[in-house]
Design a protein around this ligand. Structure first.
Ligand SMILES: [Cu+2]
Length: 117
């Protein structure tokens, strides 16, 4: 009987540690790089309603932006070398397309996806 109690205590303390790491106030930092003509990473996976800071860096030689189409949220069009951070709260489960808003860049393949699981 005592043995089980010890195991139980050990498990519950593990759970507590887990909670601290993923507490509701924690904001994950995600960095996305943009070049001609792609995003790296091009897929970002988020938990439902997770809060994240997405920093978009223009590592290319042309102006670029990072824009989440469905919600019309994104960075300004940034010059090469510039970066901007946006705060984003993941919506419900789904796939949300990300594009560069500079004319022609989406057509060149500058698109990505936020997948909320
Ligand atoms: Cu672009």
């Amino acid at each position: 009987m005592k043995k089980y109690l010890v195991i139980l205590l050990a498990l519950s303390s593990l759970l507590l540690i887990g909670c601290d790491k993923n507490g509701t106030d924690s904001v994950r930092e995600i960095v996305v790089s943009g070049t001609e003509f792609s995003f790296t990473p091009d897929v970002i996976e988020l938990e439902e309603f997770e809060k994240v800071n997405i920093t978009f860096k223009n590592d290319g030689e042309m102006p670029h932006s990072f824009f989440i189409k469905r919600f019309a949220i994104g960075t300004e069009v940034l010059e090469p070398g510039e970066e901007e951070t946006i705060e984003f709260e993941a919506p419900e489960k789904g796939e949300y397309k990300v594009i560069c808003t500079v004319a022609g860049h989406e057509q060149e393949g500058m698109e990505g996806m936020i997948i909320v699981k």
